[in-house]
Design a protein around this ligand. Structure first.
Ligand code: ATP
Ligand code: MG
Length: 583
């Protein structure tokens, strides 16, 4: 490809509205443009990257026994009503009416459509397993689209679905997909980790997320340094040793705490460390008020509360509810005397003599002993893991890092086959609901995550398998026929040998060309200039390491190039394997 004929609008300045490196670099390198909030145009260079990622995904899906199809993006509401998600899904589901006044939505995911397809055609256990996937544009009306392709409203996803006769067979499909994901992210050259995860609005039994390790990640990955336990923060179990509660505690007394409605304020006013305070959170679980207690120095974990209560939604109660339930403004709620269900984090069994809110304005209670003073519905693991907590499996030290979720595999169980009444006859002629799994990869998010993980001050460092061009070939002096002749010949030679080459033949200064080459991040750069040709060489540069070398211009060129390209690719593999965080 000749740069002069390509649509690659690179930018010199960093766009002001892009906060993170991947977003800035994708705009600057001429890969994407913003159309509107969360809506992006994939320019030719950006599309090449998405397609190269898609090709790796396809290869591993096919090898795992999944077949590609393409489902419509517009979906009829009836299917979502059958599954119950029309009411559950919330505002991320973009709903509209067609000209016949029929309710429709844009697909944020396709469980309903694929279940509807398969239930009409698959009746016998002999037709199982059914394993299907697609790579398609999804729409989710995200509340806070940001970071470019990382959290867009319209984005490219690979979604796959499996149907099996029983749990055992379904676990084989799940395992095949899990292994395929490890294959995909390894081949793409990313440093990633598979972690136990929560199921969220998709429902189902268990799941794993695949996280690309990066500082700007929105998720926290918890992993053990000694064993292979890894989970995201929502899911990570907190081990509880079960220490007994000491029972000597003076009677409770109310103390005046004017204006002290935060843990910090109460702690410094009363001279009591945050770990001796109890935070009382008034929550609405499916509109039912409940109280959740955690130690003052801990964070409550919403996903764990949801799971314990079997609730679809859990949110902080508004000020009016807090006042109605506790009789006090926000910040002064406490568990003593509350007549809504109270759930307490395990850890609170281990101590006594706590400070809590007093359910009265500007007042707290001292000397609270939970078993004596509070009716606790249940003690459970309700808080977030901290780096000080031991591994719940082996007791080893835990490490918390940030990650970007690029893939998610779910064991769905019977959720959709039951609600949408898909039945199969088993060997004995009995009717059964098949066991489903569903599996997503954020193909466009992978592009952003890869750049987040692989860039430097000058631009992108594309891992070779997803680079839009393998070789960025610079013709430093297009006006000189001898330089141009060699640059053109190398371009044709490499393309003929199966490499994607971008030949910068523009009438620009060398400095501009060097800068754009570094910005656009092809793993290999070749520089053809008058001086080198006089010495019979072209210069080569490994974009990741910056190491330069020379290749002969004459007959030995292709062999020398192949040897050097092999070294560059090996270097990438070693770099990935050496980095901490690789699965
Ligand atoms: P998140 O927690 O980031 O919102 P999710 O749990 O909603 O993700 P899934 O429903 O599991 O995501 O979707 C499968 C994959 O699609 C995710 O692992 C992610 O890589 C990608 N994805 C989800 N939402 C977006 C988005 N708004 N923009 C880009 N990619 C997305
Ligand atoms: Mg989401």
């Amino acid at each position: 490809m000749r740069f002069s004929a390509a649509y690659i609008p690179t930018l010199k300045e960093t766009p002001a509205d892009a906060e993170v490196a991947s977003h800035q670099l994708m705009l600057r390198a001429g890969m994407i443009r913003r159309l509107s909030s969360g809506l992006y145009i994939y320019l030719p260079l950006g599309l090449r990257v998405v397609e190269r990622i898609g090709a790796v995904v396809r290869k591993h899906m096919n090898a795992a026994g999944f077949q590609e199809l393409l489902l419509p993006m517009v979906q009829p509401a009836e299917l979502w009503m059958e599954s119950g998600r029309w009411d559950q899904y919330g505002k991320e589901l973009l709903r509209f009416k067609d000209r016949g006044e029929r309710d429709c939505c844009l697909g944020p995911t396709h469980e309903e459509v694929v279940t509807d397809l398969v239930r009409d055609e698959v009746r016998s256990y002999r037709q199982l397993p059914v394993r299907l996937y697609q790579i398609q544009t999804k729409f989710r009306d995200e509340i806070r689209p940001r970071f470019g392709l990382m959290r867009a409203r319209e984005f490219v996803m690979k979604d796959a679905y499996s149907f099996d006769l029983d749990v055992e067979a379904a676990e084989r499909s799940y395992r095949a997909m899990y292994d395929a994901y490890v294959g995909v992210f390894t081949e793409l050259g990313l440093r990633f980790r598979a972690v136990e995860a929560d199921n969220g609005s998709i429902g189902g039994n268990f799941s794993h997320e695949f996280m690309v390790i990066a500082d700007i990640g929105e998720d926290v990955v918890c992993h053990c340094r000694d064993c292979d336990y890894a989970a995201n923060l929502e899911r990570a179990e907190v081990a509880f040793g079960g220490a007994a509660t000491p029972d000597a505690c003076p009677p409770t007394e109310s103390v005046s705490t004017p204006g002290a409605h935060t843990v910090e304020a109460v702690s410094s006013l009363l001279g009591v460390p945050p770990s001796r305070l109890v935070k009382t959170l008034v929550l609405k679980a499916d509109d039912r008020p409940v109280a959740v207690l955690v130690r003052g120095d801990r964070e409550a974990n919403e996903a764990k509360v949801k799971r314990l209560l079997g609730a679809v939604s859990v949110e902080l109660a508004d000020a009016a509810t807090v006042r109605a339930v506790t009789g006090a403004p926000m910040g002064f709620a406490g568990p003593v005397g509350l007549d809504i269900p109270v759930y307490a984090d395990n850890e609170l069994q281990a101590g006594t003599d706590y400070v809590t809110g007093a359910n009265a304005p500007d007042a707290h209670l001292r000397h609270v002993h939970l078993p004596r003073d509070v009716r606790v519905e249940a003690f459970a693991d309700l808080r977030c893991l901290t780096p000080e907590d031991p591994c719940p499996r082996c007791g080893g030290p835990m490490r918390l890092t940030r990650g970007i979720e690029v893939g998610h595999v779910f064991m769905l169980g019977l959720k959709y086959s039951e609600s949408m009444h898909m039945v199969i006859q088993d060997e004995a002629g009995q009717e059964r609901f098949p066991v489903m799994g569903c599996y997503g990869i954020g193909v466009s998010r992978v592009a952003a995550a890869a750049i987040e993980q692989n860039h430097d001050a000058d631009g992108i460092l594309f891992p070779p398998p997803m680079a839009p061009y393998a070789v960025h070939l610079l013709n430093l002096d297009p006006r000189k026929p001898d330089v141009t002749e060699v640059a053109d010949r190398i371009h044709d030679l490499l393309e003929a040998s199966g490499r994607d080459v971008l030949l910068d033949d523009r009438a620009e200064r060398p400095g501009v060309k060097f800068k754009d080459a570094d910005l656009m991040g092809a793993p290999m750069q070749l520089v053809v200039g008058g001086k080198g040709l006089a010495a019979g060489i072209v210069e080569c540069k490994d974009r990741r390491t910056g190491v330069k070398g020379e290749l002969p211009v004459g007959d030995g060129f292709l062999a020398a190039f192949d040897a050097w390209a092999g070294e560059v690719e090996d270097g990438w593999r070693r770099h990935r394997d050496a980095a901490e965080g690789s699965a």
